[in-house]
Ligand binder design. Structure first.
Ligand code: ADQ
Length: 478
């Protein structure tokens, strides 16, 4: 039995995946993905507890320890997975917060499940937190938890971080449950966003929707202050930088280039297979460059790695079919015997294999239509101590705010995509080094440790609002 903790992470998923060996024995392995990559090192240092769903329906587990973290499992039924996770989180909030690039689904049953599951997380966090503990709630699946938790445990210091963009007021307004959602977030002492623009959108929304005033980064409720601030997330620069210097990773990178037929340019895309990532747009642009004769099939190879993602959500199933059809069409029209210009892989890879791919790539193509940050762009930069390599980066990724020396591109503009991809392929080593050096300085300085420690020191600083004196948050009428 795990006791109460003074530091808790509350996230949709536990940071582990179950693996079943050939002999049938099951164990847990640290899972890939942005959030886990970012927070696991901090958790291990602080010996905290992590609350989350273990990843399979109806799984009731006793708390257990893994990689120096206490893990507390929150069970979900198959119906809750469908309505809360695939439904309200990924078919309603995900598209709504990403500029409505796909139409959001508004369904009452999904909302009800979202509320019930958020309540379960809040109760579990209340039960496992020591007096005065720090609780850090993660992401869009749990936006009601801060207020629910404050209601149960006003002694806690509660932080919330949103990993995806916070949309402009005009888009958020569509949500039938907009009031409840904003009130949920205002239960936190500190609400963190990737970019200052997201924080500003949130403050404006609070004023318009609830009539609460704000000044600078502070929102004034009747009995306390909620701070809002941007904390751009980052990667473990040191770990990646060390990894790509290992002889086995260096030789694997060389081997990858050989296996690809040793083309002059290796272009690379690495994404969860998600409609916000602009995968179709970049492949279309690459296909046009081939068809226009601006590049030849032997000259350049595009490697697209697409991690399987949310495969039970309709929109994602359709996307997979569309992308695979598109890859087949472009390859069919442009391949020569023995070489296919687009190499497509619908698989997950271990970290060192990804690092070797980053190292092998001359041009990293990151073209989301909207993205909170995009860690792939920063991982690529962290892997190029050789100062070789070009980053083509969408203006709509949060990372573009920091990585100004990338070949910035508007992914909605196919001509711009073609221009920037060509410019990246044709740039001189001197120009690439100049750009890469500045970007590396930025990512090395603002790494994931700094992200987490800045959020936590802001949450724990005395200047943050004192824990509420009353048992519940209150809002002025209006
Ligand atoms: P994601 O949308 O998942 O994250 P991203 O930031 O790019 O997007 O993170 C993906 C992570 O998964 C990267 O660390 C990458 O290395 C890893 N990955 C991708 N493909 C992989 C593969 N085939 N095999 C193994 N690993 C793979 C959300 C938001 C982002 C935000 C992050 C963190 O949408 O905007 O940057 O959270 O806050």
């Amino acid at each position: 039995m795990v006791g109460r903790s003074s530091f808790l992470i509350v996230a949709n998923r536990l940071p582990v995946d179950r693996v079943v060996e050939q002999d049938g024995t099951a164990s847990w392995r640290r899972s890939p993905g942005g959030l886990v990559t970012a927070i696991a090192p901090v958790m291990q240092r602080r010996h905290g507890a992590w609350l989350g769903w273990p990843g399979a329906p109806d799984e009731e587990l006793e708390p257990f320890e893994q990689d120096g973290m206490n893990l507390i499992s929150i069970p979900l039924t198959a119906e809750e997975i469908e309505l809360y996770y695939e439904g309200f989180s990924n078919a309603t909030l995900w598209p709504l917060y990403h500029d409505v690039v796909a139409p959001p689904v508004f369904e009452r049953s999904m909302w009800e499940a979202y509320r019930a599951v958020n309540e379960r997380f809040a109760r579990a966090a209340a039960a496992h937190a020591e007096q005065g503990a720090v609780v850090w709630v993660q992401d869009y699946q749990l936006q009601l938890v801060p207020a629910m938790l404050r209601e149960l445990r006003p002694d806690l210091r509660i932080g919330f971080f949103l990993h995806i963009p916070f949309p402009p007021v005009e888009l958020f307004w569509q949500l039938p449950w907009r009031r409840e959602l904003v009130q949920g977030l205002l239960g936190a002492d500190l609400v963190g966003f990737q970019l200052p623009g997201g924080a500003a959108n949130f403050r404006r929304l609070c004023r318009r929707l609830l009539g609460v005033p704000y000044k600078g980064s502070e929102i004034f409720l009747e009995d306390r202050i909620v701070r809002t601030q941007a904390f751009p997330i980052s990667v473990d620069f040191g770990e990646l930088d060390e990894m790509v210097r290992r002889p086995e990773v260096v030789s694997r990178a060389k081997e990858i280039r050989m296996e690809l037929g040793d083309p002059e340019h290796v272009l690379l895309g690495v994404d969860r297979l998600d409609y916000t990532k602009g995968i179709g747009q970049r492949l279309e642009a690459f296909g046009e460059l081939l068809k226009d004769g601006r590049i030849t099939p032997g000259e350049a190879v595009f490697v697209q790695i697409a991690t399987p993602s949310r495969e039970r959500v309709e929109e994602y199933r359709r996307l997979r079919d569309d992308i695979e059809l598109q890859v087949g069409r472009i390859n069919g029209e442009t391949s020569e015997f023995g070489s296919q210009p687009i190499q497509y892989f619908h698989q997950s890879y271990p970290k060192d294999e990804l690092a070797a791919l980053y190292l092998a790539a001359d041009v990293m193509v990151v073209t989301p239509l909207r993205d909170g940050m995009n860690l792939v762009a920063k991982e690529y930069v962290a892997c190029h101590h050789d100062l070789n390599g070009a980053l083509v980066l969408s203006e709509f990724a949060g990372a573009a705010d920091e990585l100004r020396q990338a070949f910035l591109v508007n992914p909605y503009d196919v001509e711009d995509l073609k221009r920037q991809m060509l410019a990246a392929m044709r740039a001189t080593p001197h120009e690439l080094a100049r750009r890469m050096r500045t970007m590396r300085r930025r990512v090395a300085t603002y790494d994931v440790d700094r992200w987490a420690s800045e959020f936590l020191s802001s949450l724990e600083s005395p200047s943050a609002s004192e824990p509420a004196m009353s048992r519940s948050a209150s809002w002025p009428s209006g």
